[in-house]
Design a protein. Sequence first.
Length: 160
Amino acid sequence: MADDTPESLIPYDEIVQEALRDVVGRVLHEVEQVGGLPGAHHFYITFKTRMPGVSIPKHLAERFPDEMTIVIQHRFWDLKVQGDIFTVGLSFGGVPSTLTVPFAAVTDFVDPAVDFSLKFQANGAADGHEDHDEPENDSPLAETVEDGSNVVSVDFTRKK
């Protein structure tokens, strides 16, 4: 049987992606309002580092030229959600940094505490998902590596 469904003139995929990004914004905004994460919740957020509006320190941009994953769990500060961006303070190798990330740059949002994840196509980014180094921020204080960096092992399955 032939598929005779006409091509849509309404960009449903883009509308759904935007609505799901609003979920991420709302969750981060609630964490901002409460001043911390409830219970065991924590987030892995992957984003395209070269998207317009992304602001990260030069050493991180050099290390993660396409995409990076951050962890919002134990040690973060100044989380702020403003319109279509969020900013957060994180430490990388003991060096405090402020990151600014537009929601349009986010490609993955995961809360492994409740097995929740969303996967996005970065607005304006090419298709595909490149391999990248593991996130280096936000391990519990007791698990800090001798060299002062915070290496986190990410081992979860992605679901949509």
